[in-house]
Design a protein around this ligand. Sequence first.
Ligand code: DGL
Length: 272
Amino acid sequence: MPNPDPIGVFDSGIGGLTVVAELQHLLPAENIFYIGDTARVPYGGKTRRTVERYSVEIGGLLLAEQAKLIVVACNTASALAVPRMRKIFKVPVLGVVAPGAEAAVMATKNRRIGVIGTRATVASGAYEHAIRLLAPAAHVVSSACPLLVPLIEEGLFDDPVTDEMLARYLAPILSENVDTLVLGCTHYPLLHRAITRATGPGIALVDSAKNCAAAVKSLLSEQNLAAPQDRLGHLNIALTDPAEGFLRVAQNALGIEIGEIMTLAVQSTDRV
Ligand code: DGL
C-alpha cells in the first residue's frame, strides 16, 4: 500500500531547502513538510545538548504533522542529534552526514578528503568518523567556516568578500592535496561556483543534499513508505519565527515554489 503521509524535513533555518530541492527532483510524488527553526538559528555554534534538545522538539512537531520519516537536513543537527532522535522517535530518522560521507568515499581517488562545515559539525568529528567507517585509511582534513552562513544568507554568492573568506578557510585543506571536498553545511551548495573558483577544477565537490535524497528514495522503497505515484506532491513550509529574508534568497537560488508559510511556536531558547 502506498503511504500518502509527508516526509518531514527539518533544518535550523532555511538552508535545508537545498535538501528539499533535491527531494522534489528525485521524488516528485512525495509531500514534504519542512520546518525551519528560524527562531533559534544558528545551531552551528551551539553545544550538543542544546542542539539535541531543539532537534527533538522539532522532530515532535514533524510527527504531529504525520511525518512518515524525518530527514535532518541540517548538518549540525545531523552530526550532533541524530543518535538521540533515533532513540526517541519510532519513525526512521535520516541525517545528511552518512550520505555525504558515502559520496565522498565514492568520489575520491587518492583517499584524501576535505570537509567544511559549521564549528559544531567540525568539532563533532562526525564526518571523519563516518568516512573512516567506510574507508579506514582515508586522510580527512576539516575546516570550520563560521562566516560562510551569514555571507550566504546575505546573498553574497559571487562577491570578493566571500572569495577572500573561502581562500582563508580552504588554505589548510588545499595544502593537504585533497581531491574531494565535502560541503558539510546546508548552505554551501549555494556557493558551488565560488568554491570551485577557490579550489580549481581538479577537486570534486560533494554535496550531501543530493546523496541524502538518494538515501531517502532507497529507504522509502525498502520500507514500503513511498507515496502513490499518480500524484504531484506538495511542499508545506513552517518556520518558528517568520524571518523571511533568506527565504527569498534561497527561493530564487533554488527555484523552489513557496506558497503560504506557517509559523509554529517552540519552547523558550533558554538553556536547561
Ligand atoms: N543548517 C546548519 C548546518 O547545516 C547551518 C546553519 C546553522 O548554523 O544553524 O550546519
